[in-house]
Every structure is written in C-alpha cells, then in structure tokens.
Design a protein around this ligand. Structure first.
Ligand code: NAD
Length: 357
C-alpha cells in the first residue's frame, strides 16, 4: 500500500569524531517531532569522512554529489581527524558539497538562551539574539592559487580571494530579506575590511550600498571586521542580521557561538535558497577529538540544526516544537552536558528533549 504521509528524504553524513555521536541524537529527536507532527523521514546514511579517506584515499566517492542530489536535504555531523591535515578533510568533503550545491547562504543564529551563562559579564538569557549570514561559495575559500618553487628556499604561496557581483549581491540580498522576515531591529550589519583590502572589500561595500537602496525599511551599518569583533563582545545586544564574506563569517560565528555560551549550542544551515539542489544542515562545531567516545558531546546544536532543516522543508511548527523543547532542557541547568555546566550525557539530553516533544 502506498502511504500518503508526507516524507522527507534525508541524506545523513555523520562524518568524524563526535559527528557519530550527535547525529544519532539529532535523528532521535527529529523522529519524535515527526511522530507528533504527522510526517515521516527516510534516512540514508553515507559512511564518508576520514575513515573513508584512510581506507580509500578519498573523503567521499567521486560521484558523491550525484548520490546526494535526489535528497530533500543533507544532515551533517562533523569532519576532521587528527591523523589527516584539516585542509584535506574539509576540502574533500564539506566544501565541495557547499560549492557544488550552490549553498551560498550559510545561516548561523546566535541566541543566548535563558539558563545559559555567557562568558560576557552582565548578559543574561534573551539578551543576545542575532543571525550571521556567511557567504559560502566564493570569497577567500575559492581555492584559487598555487605554490611555486615548492619546498625550496624561495617557495611562494599565492591564494586569491574571488568576489563576483552575482555572488556578493545574492548573499547580501538574502540578509536583507531575512531582516525583513525577522521583523526585530530591522538592521543589517555588513562586515568587511575595506580600509585594507581596497579591491574586494571596497567592492563588497559598493554592492551592499546598491542592494540597501531596495530596502528603505531596513537600517544598515558597515563595520570593519576588527571593530565587529570588539562590538560582538561589547554590545552584542545591538545586532540583528550580520552579513560577511566566507572567511570573516567563519571567524565571527565562532565568536558568536562563544558569547552565547557554547559551541555545543550553535546550529548552522547551508542554504541553496533557489532549492535547485539540497541544502545542508549541521552543528557549527567540529569533530571535537578531545571528548570523542566519552558520551558527553552536547547534541543540542545538532538538534537545532535539525529544527532549521524542518523549517526550510516547510514543517515550521515541528521546528518550533524542537526549539522550545531544547530551550526547556537548557533552562533546567542540571540536565545539560558539561560544556554548559551540567552533568548530563549525550544520551540523557537526547531523552530529555524527546520527552518534551
Ligand atoms: N564543520 C565542521 O565539520 C568543522 C568545524 C570546525 C572544526 N572542524 C574540525 O574539527 C576538528 C577539531 O577542531 P577544533 O577542536 O578546532 O573545533 P571543535 O569544534 O571540534 O572543538 C572545539 C572545542 O569545543 C568543544 N566542543 C565542540 N563541540 C562540542 C559539543 N557538541 N559538545 C561539547 N563540547 C564541544 C570541544 O571539545 C573542543 O574543546 C578539526 O579537525 C577541525 O578541522 C570541523
């Protein structure tokens, strides 16, 4: 019998280290949300990552993107292994997916939840609530460059950043649209370094000004990345939507995860807003080799990434239910894992969130 129940077909890449621990936790909670929300999941697991590289010399098969293309979304854990150089693992798995599927908007919310202690003095739950939009397909991570005179005394390394009007404009436009949808402070902050990088970043500033003219209802602000880092520490409550290049967005989002309490709480969506290819949802954190196998990896970032996935797939109320269940568990300070000051385990936190659904 053919079932009429709405089904989300999800490709799962748990990857390395604690990716193998937090992804099953995320799936358990998404399954609980589906049971309550009247839809279902079909999961297909792809055993790609560093072990695949050690066994076969590649992080994923050559036709990996063909295998992923038919899915509605990709649920991703982490990549990184102390035995392999990080640029090999990252460039062999995550970056080709982000670029190949044109996931140009990397969306990283930064929320200080009630019950979580920020390392910033005087900031309490609810004070910090902004989103960083990171350009995800070009800029400083374009892999354009090369080495000359390799290993000799005159070795030269050249790495070019690539900024196109198409790529810059669409991610800035995405940020403005999001500021409208959020309807909070109605502010977009652009982060560059145009005082020092007079070509690429001054170009970004010009495109930002061009796009801003189409959004007269949204306020704008432009910060140099060094000032933005200071301001994220000094006045994080003032931000709403920030937009930055690939490199600056990467750095800003680790800082924003830190000021909101823990990397273990920070989710991320790599969106193809045109929906021509599947989007990818993952925690911001990496494979955390220092805690792997201890059963204490915080699974909440992965669950929140799962909620972002549901939201993108059109099951907004199930996404909100997961978000609220996570908030409830976080507010109960004891239930959480040690990175948030609790005594919980990956398993007990998963059970607690699922029980609240
Ligand atoms: N998107 C990704 O897959 C991604 C992102 C960042 C780093 N990495 C890779 O991960 C590896 C380790 O990198 P790193 O140590 O700089 O970053 P990391 O995010 O793995 O860990 C940083 C610190 O935060 C802690 N931490 C991270 N996630 C946690 C969680 N869910 N619960 C509790 N504590 C958590 C870790 O124990 C560690 O002390 C490297 O190989 C790196 O390249 C991958």
């Amino acid at each position: 019998m053919v079932s009429n129940v709405k089904t989300h077909r999800i490709a799962v890449i748990a990857g390395d280290g604690i990716g193998q621990e937090v992804i099953p936790a995320g799936i358990a909670v998404l399954e609980a949300a589906a049971a309550r929300g009247g839809f279902r999941f079909e999961w297909q697991h792809f055993p790609w990552g560093s072990q695949h590289y050690l066994d076969r010399g590649r992080m994923m098969p050559e036709d990996a993107l063909d295998s992923l293309r038919p899915f509605d979304a990709i649920f991703f854990g982490a990549v990184g292994d102390p035995r392999i150089q990080d640029n090999v693992t990252l460039n062999g798995l995550l970056l080709p997916i982000r670029r190949g599927f044109d996931q140009y908007a990397c969306v990283r919310p930064a929320i200080l939840y009630p019950g979580v202690r920020s390392p910033l003095a005087g900031r309490k739950g609810g004070d910090i609530d902004f989103v960083v939009i990171r350009e995800n397909t070009e800029g400083e991570y374009s892999q354009v460059g090369g080495l000359a005179h390799r290993d000799g005394p005159h070795e030269v390394a050249i790495q070019s950043a690539v900024f196109t009007r198409h790529g810059t404009e669409r991610v800035i436009r995405f940020a403005f649209d999001l500021a409208r949808r959020r309807a909070r402070k109605r502010l977009v902050t652009s982060v560059t370094k145009s005082n020092a990088q007079g070509f690429s970043m001054a170009f970004w500033d010009r495109v930002f000004a061009d796009v801003a003219r189409d959004y007269p209802d949204i306020r704008t602000e432009s910060l140099l990345v060094d000032a933005a880092c200071m301001d994220l520490v000094r006045r994080p409550v003032d931000f709403d939507v920030m937009v930055a290049s690939n490199l600056f967005g990467d750095i800003l989002t680790d800082l924003s995860a830190a000021i909101t309490g823990s990397l273990g709480l920070a989710p991320s969506a790599n969106l193809n807003p045109a929906r021509t290819f599947p989007s990818l949802f993952e925690p911001v954190h990496g494979s955390a080799p220092d805690i792997v196998g201890k059963g204490i990896a915080n699974p909440l970032a992965t669950m929140l990434a799962g909620a972002m996935m549901l939201d993108f797939l059109g099951d907004e109320s199930a996404a909100t239910a997961i978000d609220q269940a996570v908030r409830a568990v976080v507010a109960d300070g004891n239930a959480v894992t040690p990175d948030l000051g609790g005594t919980g385990t990956t398993r007990s936190v998963t059970d607690a969130v699922a029980a609240r659904l």
